[in-house]
Design a protein around this ligand. Structure first.
Ligand code: GLN
Length: 384
């Protein structure tokens, strides 16, 4: 009684680990959501919007004030001219933006290049669109991209590449040269770039470059991002896709029939956040650097091997010096016995063996949460 497409992928391992963490009362460093408050002015704006009776559908592709705020932000930050009336679709999270983009722009049988390890949603996105993912490794320990392997992955059937930088789960921030190569290959093969820039403001090294600003890329890039990570509001489910008008028309149609629209009062409040000045972003990055350093030193002392992330809020750590178990068994054991939940590395690979000795830690947590996790991790070597 179940459609074949729904049998070809599993439930999200990330969200499953959150449930397992709750069962065992473990500190949840698995799913990437902050345990600290979002900015007060946005909360106040959301309350005001509800009290002000903004309770009915917004325009399907996004409330005008939010689209205007998004366009202004892209002009300010990236020098990118975005037409708020034609180029933007506001969605239920970047997750829906990516799924709607696949459904709107990718045909059955098309190939989509995915850099591996990869955020688990891209696999099901490809399956739902009947596309064929083609994986290109980011190679451990530094998670570097081999230009020759990337070149070799592009071909006549390539429809798109997913460009997620800062990268989940590795923490890599792709360099200008790497993005230039991606731009060159997209143009040579008439392919789209679907970017996932949700961690654009969470960086410890390097700058964030929007691929759409490369010469010749604007017309073949769908720029996807959202508010979840930048404003610590993953539960608000607000994301967007910025694309050339013709592609936006297709994305908007898919979005309309999937969800109609993102929550109207939260869209009103989101416009307030999009207008924050550089000070907000500087603080965000500085606070994340402290959290990163705290977790990284705890992981080093506990016996994990890792490369410190350049961006995003995860550490993909190798535990082979600590245990011979596979990633799934190790992550579940650590949740149960040590009280720290992580995500098994195999969920970021198409071939589970590739992630067999890796677990992903999220550090988007309060200092106290990370300190408590560090204390628990200090027991690990003696307990394995
Ligand atoms: N992007 C976050 C992560 O990788 C949250 C995923 C989710 O559950 N939507 O953990």
């Amino acid at each position: 009684m179940i459609a074949q497409r729904a049998t070809t992928f599993t439930e999200s391992v990330i969200r499953e680990m959150t449930r397992i963490a709750q069962q065992h009362g473990a500190i949840n460093l698995a799913q990437g959501f902050p345990d600290f408050p979002m900015p007060a002015p946005m909360k106040d704006a959301a309350c005001a919007a509800v009290q002000g009776d903004i309770n009915q559908y917004a325009i399907t592709w996004g409330a005008p004030a939010l689209r205007l705020a998004i366009a202004e932000k892209y002009r300010r930050w990236y020098g990118m001219e975005v037409d708020p009336d034609r180029d933007i679709t506001v969605t239920c999270g970047a997750t829906e933006a990516m799924a709607a983009t696949f459904l709107a722009l990718v045909n059955p049988g098309d190939e989509v290049i995915v850099l591996e390890p990869f955020y688990e949603n891209y696999g099901p996105d490809a399956i739902l669109a009947d596309a064929k993912p083609v994986f290109v490794p980011l190679e451990a320990p530094k998670w570097t991209l081999d230009p020759d392997r990337l070149r070799a992955a592009f071909g006549a059937r390539t429809k798109a590449i997913i460009v997620n930088t800062p990268h989940n789960p590795s923490g890599r921030v792709l360099s200008r040269d790497e993005l230039s190569l991606i731009a060159e290959l997209c143009q040579a093969h008439n392919a789209w770039a679907f970017t996932d820039e949700i961690y654009e403001h969470i960086r410890y090294a390097g700058a964030h470059h929007a691929l759409a600003t490369w010469p010749g890329m604007r017309e073949r890039t769908v720029t996807i991002s959202g508010l979840s990570k930048t404003f610590s509001c993953t539960g608000w489910r607000l994301g967007y896709a910025i694309a050339p008008a013709a592609a936006s028309t297709a994305i908007r149609k898919v979005h309309d029939f999937l969800t109609v629209g993102a929550p109207a009062p939260l869209q009103a409040a989101a416009a307030v956040g999009m207008a924050f000045d550089a000070d907000y972003y500087n603080h965000l990055a500085r606070d994340y650097r402290e959290r990163r350093d705290l977790l990284c030193s705890a992981l080093g002392e506990a016996g994990f091997a890792y490369t410190a992330p350049e961006g995003a809020y995860y550490v993909l750590a190798d535990f082979s010096a600590l245990s011979d178990q596979d990633d799934d068994a190790f992550a579940k054991w650590m949740t149960r016995e040590i009280g720290v939940a992580t995500v098994p590395g195999s969920s970021f690979y198409h071939e589970p063996a590739l992630g067999r000795s890796l677990v992903r830690f999220a550090f988007c947590k309060k200092r106290q949460t990370l300190e408590a996790a560090a204390e628990r991790l200090a027991q690990l070597a003696a307990r394995v």
